[in-house]
Design a protein around this ligand. Sequence first.
Ligand code: MSP
Length: 618
Amino acid sequence: MRLQRALRRELLRTCLRSPTSAFRNFSTSGRRCEELIKPFYVTTPIYYVNAAPHIGHLYSSVIADIVARWSRLSNPDVPVIFATGTDEFGMKVQQAASAEGKEPQEFCDDVSQKFRDLATIANISCTRFIRTTEQVHQDAVQHVWRELVKRGHIYKGMHSGWYCVADECFYTEPQVEKTVDGVMVRHVSKESGRPVEWAEEENYMFRLCAFQQPLLDWLESNPQAIMPHKRYKEVVKTLEDVASIRDISVSRPKSRLQWGVPVPDDPDHTVYVWLDALINYLTVVGYPWRGEAPTGWAEGWPADVQVVGKDIVKFHAIYWPAFLMALGLEPPKQILAHAHWTKDNRKMSKSTGNVADPNEAMSKFGADAVRMYLCAVGGNLAEDADWSDERLRAFYVGSLRHNLGNLLPRIMSQSIMGRVRKCPFIYTEDAPVHEDDKSLHDTLQRIAAIVQEHVQKREFGHTVHAILYALTEANGYFTKLQPWRTTEPVEVCARGQFYAFETLRIAGILLQPFMPSKATQLLDILKVERRGLEAAKVGAEGEGAHLRVANLEILFPDLNPKPASGATEYPRKKQPSTKTSNPRTTSGAAPYKKRTTSPPNFKPSTSKWTPSDKDPGS
Ligand code: MSP
């Protein structure tokens, strides 16, 4: 049974390398094709390449990465397709390239690479990085266009309105207001506050009005189709307002916009950038699929979770499902819309210079700490959060370094391990739990279910806080028990070490989607073998697991290390001689086993630690 599962998983993985054809072969082989699992499909928005990435872009990617990684953790048999990428066509990019005196393609190559690098540094586990300038995507866009024309959803007409290059969309008269800046009178969008310009042109139009009721019906029968609920209600309200839904322009005259996908069979027009961009989600899963009325199910369609920012909900929750319905395809299962990060409580904007740089933050604090902070503070997706380096620093020191990081040396001291190994605590499920351990034991038995529920409700802040709370509880428990004191009975020491170990092990498992490198490092130090969700309960790693910890490594180094004074940051187990084999201590580099990003500037001391009767982590 296990072998069969592994075989199937491997087969699916191979299939995913070339989605359509491999899946097709597989689906013709008799009964087994019915067992084929639909891949879990997660997407981020594709990022405009008009400027370098900022923290808001990283946030969209981290949320999607958590969803993807959580799916792998909780449903290991289901393959995950996780797409991100760059949105490279349109007026905005055309103008940005020309402002730098570059050819658009060269300009896109440079900036797209920055987004790709950001994804690598932040450990975003995407399986596909798509660029809209890829030929395969342009072919998909033209296919969609022809299909929409064939089905009667596109017509040609005169169109006038206020075009906003920054938002890449038309606004109607009531959606625009006049602002006076000194002597300058400008028109701006009420929605985004960005400048608009009047345009009157012959365009192709999409019959959006025809989908007003189908969209409402879809939302009525899928209350989780847009999350959080606040955004769902906003979209329903917009759709219920008959006047706010109009047919939309889906092309621009070539004379204005050259940088885009040409409208098939009409060289004077270019496909509207939002139609082009949204189709990336289909390109990734191999659209157009062959066969009669294909649904794309085996390839991963419909998308399970599409992460977007609140500013682009209209495009994803109204236009996108309408385009899909027009193509005869299912709308996504969930549009997950997050709010924004502000800086100094103002909208982040390059022009005002108040933009948080994700690379700078990650090089100071490490990618995992930044990911955790984004969740802990920005984890309530319905509300904006304010970015602050100072608060990130405090979170790093308090929640990560002291709460999580410090529990590790507390349980691994030589004095504790020496005593525990001589007289270990053996946990059995049916034995009564000691009064001292009850509260922590209960927390640990419930934590996986609590976390699972928060993830399903897309409450990522609550998720992270629930795990951090369990660690706080374990630290308090440990302090109360004082198992490091040799005057305490060895039985107390053994129980204390066991429960603190179990807390770290279970937290490590649950934190994998949130801080993948640090969680892996923690589980490696603890020598944990079973890392799936089912192992996140007391005793699940098996008897004696808590006795085989590896060498201590510092998870979250001091951000301001004092000049080497002879005292170690943490008490350490005996290391091999520095002369022979430990380049980390001889070179003075940070004591990381696997490093994905530049760690904070930590310098370990080389002096020895001697066992004592003190709390080793305090
Ligand atoms: N290219 C379009 C998306 C097309 S998807 C088919 C786009 N790109 S963007 O680069 O402007 O924005 C990408 C994502 O970054 C959006 O989800 C947006 O909400 C998010 N963020 C941009 N600024 C943000 C903050 N200040 N805070 C959080 N996220 C924000 O829109």
